[in-house]
Design a protein around this ligand. Sequence first.
Ligand code: HEM
Length: 531
Amino acid sequence: MRRLGAQRAPRWIGKYPGNVDMIGLMLQEAKTGYVGDHLTKATNDIGSAFGINILGDFQMFTTNPEIVKIILATNFPGYEKGRRFKFNMRSVLGDGIFNSDGDIWKFHRSMARPFFSRERISDFELFGRHADAAISKLAARLSEGEAVDFQDLVSRFTLDSATEFLFGSCVHSLSNGLPYAHISPRYNSNAPSADTDAFATAFNNALLTIITRGRIGLLWPLGEIFKDKTADDMKVIRAFIKPIVQQAIAQKKENAKLESSSNTEHASGKDEVAEGETMLSHLVKSTEDEKILMDETLNMLIAGRDTTAALLTFIIYCLSRHPAVLQRLRQEILMHLGATRSPTPTDIREMRYLRAVINETLRLFPSVPFDVRRTIKATTWPSDVPGEKPYYVPAGISVSYSAFIMQRSEKYWGPDALEFDPDRFLDERVSKYITPNPYIFLPFNAGPRICIGQQFAYNEISFFLIRLLQSFDQIELATDAQPLDSRPPAEWKQKTGRAAIEQFVPQTHLTMYAKGGLWVRMKTASAIEDV
Ligand code: HEM
């Protein structure tokens, strides 16, 4: 500390020895609290960076954009995902891109990069087919007078789009029947679930288990001495992905046979991406190791599916609470495209209000609300008090940061930070808050590990929203259809922050989602209104 000219960072001090109360608070929050409750309170009480020692395991936490910039960009080589994260996540994420560092991470990243080129992520024909399938399912169910779980619907849409993008063949989760609300006479709690639904449930459970490990900290292996709690779910997940991977390997062998019998050369080298190739068929050229192939594709599915489905869900939630924003967004869509034309990438680039609505939702409800790295060497972070010595950050500790808390902070966003107002991404607040301090808005992270699918996600979400709002002009939360255990608890009304006004329960594993889904009713637009 002295060598680095630093001082001890402020600490969170609990009531019990070893600060075990923090573990209790985190587990409690995950069950009945509002996302980030305890860390928001600690940030307000202590400051934008502090340390906490839980049972001898010292960690640091920050919501200071200047420090987050250091972690993600300016001192990127000084931080890694690290052994602890990998140990907690390994039984689910294996050795994929999310769970690797150094040369292995670089290999994953360079392998994936060509698939996110401008041409590939602008494959609107792919989005078009799946979006239209989802919207007609939605319309059919609404026309029966039933409520629809929007989160379930868009999770199917993003699963089908992601599997087609990654594997070249989609899993057709949209062709399974949508669930009925518990209040519907057609509701059947024992209805057998299709394979893709079982996959989605297992996926969710496995992610919950690994994030609970992170919350419990060093002690989690004690609870899993006799059984890896992700084992059963991973069996379902592997059974689902394995045949897809095996088919890709078989296809590669078949192609090689055809090529050798016709004496033709490979269409492309190992490192080049051939026309029409999917990520999986490209990976198969480098390895036939089933585990590596499954890890890689599963990581991509986790990255691409839940994040995007959650964001679409939160956008619909925000639009249902802000009908004037919904109407203005519809006007922009109808003005550019009328009620039927599909958008092109240029249309989407020009629709500034649409982008502002997406960004404002990402600000209040970032799909990845918390993230963590590990320090490689001892380092420092700037103190909250200008001119003071920096805080000492020891080597080999976990450092967490939160886009969720930072993006809701009045300190960085002004007095209306908790309000949903897309205009803040268009009016003078851009030059007042965002331009001088761009790290206050980090839904996709920053630096060398910035989300590789960011543009893919913007395109997919824009496309879906445009098609949806061409058909529907009113959105209401179906609070009666929301499962009882997923309604905001009455005591939230007494809380500060957005908890007091929230009409759904945001929860997190690796990503944030709506507990129990988001049940809605929508009204079909009455006439074809080309503006
Ligand atoms: C709303 C949608 C999305 C959000 C908010 C989002 C957010 C993020 C964030 C915050 C990270 C950084 C995680 C970390 O380093 O710890 C990340 C990484 C990543 N994202 Fe996204 N993502 C979205 C959609 C997608 C899509 C659609 C794909 C692919 C189809 C994708 C692929 C990835 C990959 C591969 C990484 C790992 C990058 C690396 O470690 O080098 N994401 N994403």
